[in-house]
Design a protein around this ligand. Structure first.
Ligand code: NAD
Length: 297
């Protein structure tokens, strides 16, 4: 199977560099994206398909990296979707779509003799470019073992469990903490800045101390302090992840006092600045409350 073409649908901020790494690893790809400009960077290194079905007519393994759950469902089951292809045997959803959609897709595809795996990723665009994303793979072990050598070209594969949706829950746990780290860091650094401390020094000290987290160690030095705000993850997608996570917690009757508050902060920021802002722009909305701007030297 390794010599077969691998299907890849959705080559945006994450899918683009991940697919590029598969090409670099020697994989032959057949790719579909609704945006022709997303395909341009590949030149003639890939086969371009005109629909998800065309991808699934060529490839046994089809990877998808799409923005939202409803888009994934449409690409799999809609007109000219993956399900209507002739060769597809394994579909891996690299997007963050939540456990309910992962289970629904797996159950529906099973009727077509296709195995669905969920393999959401973490590591951001920087990790996608470097080939160091964490892939949280779940679903039947046999098929997981078949796709692991392929996915290893994008980063490190963790097998989370045999039930569809387990990888999604792992990813939602990760993003709850990532969203919390960003919100909490913004509040704390704004307080220090308003008192007169130097924001660059605050971040430097936090990274040498116990306040260190995923916001202080990369997002703040690279994106917030230089006021660059180009991390490559849209705020609307983070809000989607928080909603999926809190829906899952509700279904499980797990109280989430901290994360409910974190969700409110992100909803507020999305409401003010729209879903297309970069997630690192969250701080701007908290600055507006406090009347300070946090800028590095
Ligand atoms: P993106 O919007 O940059 O990329 C999505 C790609 O899908 C785009 O190129 C778009 O043209 C394409 N697309 C949309 N609808 C399509 C359709 N019907 N058929 C084919 N292609 C279609 O999004 P992204 O940031 O790459 O995120 C993708 C997924 O990965 C999301 O679920 C997101 O939550 C998750 N994720 C993102 C990051 C990040 O840092 N950006 C990190 C981890 C996980």
């Amino acid at each position: 199977m390794s010599e077969d073409k691998v299907g890849f649908i959705g080559v945006g901020n994450m899918g683009g560099p991940m697919a590029q790494n598969l090409v670099k690893a020697g994989r032959q790809l057949v790719v579909y994206d609704v945006r022709p400009d997303a395909l341009a960077p590949f030149g003639n290194k890939i086969q371009v398909a005109t629909s998800p079905a065309e991808v699934a007519n060529v490839a046994e393994v089809v990877l998808v990296s799409l923005p939202r759950p409803e888009i994934v469902q449409d690409v799999v089951f809609g007109k000219d979707g993956i399900a209507s292809g002739t060769r597809r045997r394994i579909v891996v959803d690299l997007s963050t779509t939540g456990p309910r959609v992962a289970r629904a897709i797996a159950n529906e595809l099973k009727k077509e003799d296709v195995v669905a795996l969920d393999g959401p990723v973490s590591g951001g665009v920087a990790g996608a470019i470097k080939g160091t994303v964490a892939v949280m793979l779940a679903g039947p072990k046999r098929e997981a073992d078949i796709v692991t050598p392929i996915l290893s070209g994008m980063g490190k594969v963790f097998y989370i469990g045999s039930e569809p949706g387990m990888g999604q829950v792992m990813k939602l746990i990760n993003n709850l903490l990532s969203a919390t780290a960003q919100a909490a860091t913004a509040e704390a650094v704004i307080m220090g800045t308003k008192y007169g401390l130097d924001p660059s020094l605050i971040i430097e000290v936090l990274n040498a101390g116990t306040g260190r987290n995923s916001a202080t160690d990369s997002k703040w030095p690279n994106e917030v302090l230089p006021r660059r705000f180009k991390g490559g993850f849209a705020m609307g997608l983070m809000v989607k992840d928080l909603k999926l996570a809190l829906d899952t917690a509700d279904e499980l009757h797990v109280p989430m006092w901290v994360h409910q508050a974190v969700k409110q902060i992100w909803l507020y920021a999305e409401g003010r600045g729209g879903p297309d802002q970069d997630i690192t722009e969250l701080v701007k909305h908290l600055e507006a409350w406090s009347g300070v701007t946090v800028k590095g030297k």
